[in-house]
Design a protein around this ligand. Structure first.
Ligand SMILES: C[S@@+](CC[C@H](N)C(=O)[O-])C[C@H]1O[C@@H](n2cnc3c(N)ncnc32)[C@H](O)[C@@H]1O
Length: 207
């Protein structure tokens, strides 16, 4: 059985262009069979792109599990002075992101496998529609790998559907010492803002 998180999808390529307007910005990107959300923008991703607070304007931004790249492309368009790291294990997804970035004239995206991101890079913003279907243990190890690389003043925003365990994920993150704030919920898709407990009072946006 094939999954969107396969490293090398065996299903035949079937590229389809998707047009989106997110956060007031219209652009097109190409999707493919064997990559998450073929032929459309995922509803949860759309909520993240429309409703998350603005990303950092400079520095390094991370999209964990970029798929065809809608999050990375939007980040790169909104923060042209920042470098966006589009990370995925699916090689077809990484090729799509590179092609989509080229087509949109974006030179500030690096599409890479997790192990190819230099270990000394820290992130000012992390946005992700994370791979829930890999299973809880794997999801936790993905978040354990990347969240500690968030700068103290940075924030991560994750979109997770309540039917896919957003509440238990939020509770797990809090047990790990992260500040978690629910930014909103639409049709079960919940936006979780995650920040470091080392974050200073001036950078705090909790109530
Ligand atoms: C829910 S999809 C989101 C795709 C895209 N960001 C979007 O919003 O359309 C999650 C992505 O995570 C990727 N993924 C799975 N395991 C991963 C891992 N260990 N590290 C990084 N990405 C992974 C999958 O291949 C998939 O593309």
């Amino acid at each position: 059985m094939s999954h969107y998180f396969d490293h090398d999808p065996k299903v035949d390529s079937d590229r389809k262009t998707v047009s989106v307007i997110v956060a007031g910005d219209a652009f097109e990107f190409v999707t493919d069979a064997g990559v998450f959300s073929h032929g459309r923008l995922d509803a949860g991703t759309k909520i993240l792109l429309n409703d998350a607070p603005p990303p950092a304007t400079e520095g390094n931004l991370l999209d964990i599990g970029c798929g065809a790249g809608p999050i990375s492309l939007s980040l790169a368009r909104r923060s042209p002075r920042a470098r966006v790291w589009a990370v995925d294990v699916n090689e077809r997804a990484l090729s799509l992101v590179r092609d989509n970035a080229k087509h949109l004239g974006l030179e500030n995206i690096t599409a890479a496998r997790p192990e190819d991101v230099p270990a000394d890079i820290e992130f000012d913003t992390i946005w992700s529609n994370p791979p829930i279907k890999v299973g809880k243990d794997e999801l936790h190890s993905i978040l354990d790998l990347w969240l500690p690389r968030l700068r103290d003043q940075g924030t991560a925003v994750l979109v997770v559907n309540k039917n896919l365990g957003s509440d238990s994920l939020a509770a797990w993150l809090e047990r790990k010492g992260w500040n978690v704030r629910r930014l909103g919920s639409r049709r079960g898709d919940r936006l979780l803002e995650v920040s470091s407990s080392r974050r200073s009072e001036s950078g705090r946006i909790d109530d």
